[in-house]
Design a protein around this ligand. Structure first.
Ligand code: MN
Ligand code: MN
Length: 285
């Protein structure tokens, strides 16, 4: 079992944890191929302290400066409604005690119940969505809860005040309309420079679909969309955020498609770097 680069604390000894990892082994809403349910286990497996340390690039020591625990997996053995209710309840439980949930997917459909859980505490929430896809289909193949639809549900329900999405390269006219209707700021992959600074006034939730990266950097995803971001671009974007991060998810890691755990290792590094920014935020002006 992992120790998340030596940063992991024993949950029973630390009821007052700051960062709580929640695994969501769920891929029933994947439209193409399954496998993302293995995401949480893959990240836990690769992130051993024998390979990685607990220090972030911005010199935050996650072993010394915070309390990171693993809350285990959400029960996804029931039907979809029950699994979504469990996700929402688990995330709400973490934020209501003042901690920061780190949600490991699972396919992207889980972000809808996760944000509902965030909304139990945060009446005003901003969201940064990194993804090759806008995920704003009204429905896909007749399914409104497909992993291609979570942003549509979140926007319709008014769960976030300001929505920014970065890295898209697969827009459809329908989804452009949806983005426009809800005033979603979009920075498509072709238009992302190296020095973007994003500022959010409200508490920020980050949802990161690993297919935002070019498939060359992250082959372990179900949908390979060429022309994507580099890890360096995304780390720099996260480091330069002016925001208070109150929760985040890393979704769509599909270990069945991964090569030498490249994508799982990237997911773990993202976990470290985003967690580091969450506990040492650079607040909005
Ligand atoms: Mn997605
Ligand atoms: Mn995607």
């Amino acid at each position: 079992m992992t120790d998340f680069g030596g940063a992991l604390k024993n949950r029973s000894l630390h009821p007052d944890f700051v960062l709580g990892i929640i695994g969501v082994p769920f891929d029933e809403k994947s439209s193409f191929i399954r496998g993302a349910a293995g995401g949480p286990a893959a990240i836990r497996r690769v992130s051993t302290g024998k390979t990685y340390n607990a220090d972030t690039e911005l010199e935050v020591d996650l072993a010394e400066e915070t309390v990171l625990v693993d809350l285990g997996d959400v029960d996804t053995s029931g039907d979809v409604d029950k699994s979504f209710a469990e996700i929402e309840k688990t995330v709400a439980g973490v934020v209501e005690r003042g901690a920061i949930p780190i949600i490991l997917g699972g396919d992207h459909s889980i972000t809808y119940p996760a944000v509902r859980g965030m909304a139990s505490r945060f009446k005003r929430l901003d969201m940064l969505h990194l993804d090759a896809h806008p995920d704003m289909y009204e429905e896909l193949y007749g399914d409104r809860l497909s992993h291609a639809c979570p942003l549509a549900r979140i926007l319709e329900d008014g769960l976030v005040e300001r929505q920014v999405q970065v890295g898209q390269r697969s827009f459809t006219p329908e989804q452009r309309e949806m983005a426009q209707k809800y005033g979603v700021k979009t920075i498509e992959a072709w238009n992302l420079g190296d020095d973007l600074i994003l500022e959010f006034k409200n508490p920020l939730y980050i949802s990161l679909d690993l297919d935002v990266f070019d498939p060359a950097f992250a082959p372990g995803v179900s949908h390979h969309e060429p022309g994507g971001l580099t890890p360096r671009q995304v780390f720099n974007l996260i480091h330069r955020l002016r925001a208070t991060i109150v929760g985040f998810d890393l979704v769509e890691l599909n270990p069945v498609r991964d090569v030498s755990d490249i994508t799982a290792a990237l997911a773990f590094k993202l976990l470290k770097e985003i967690a580091g920014r969450a506990i040492k935020p650079e607040p909005a002006e």
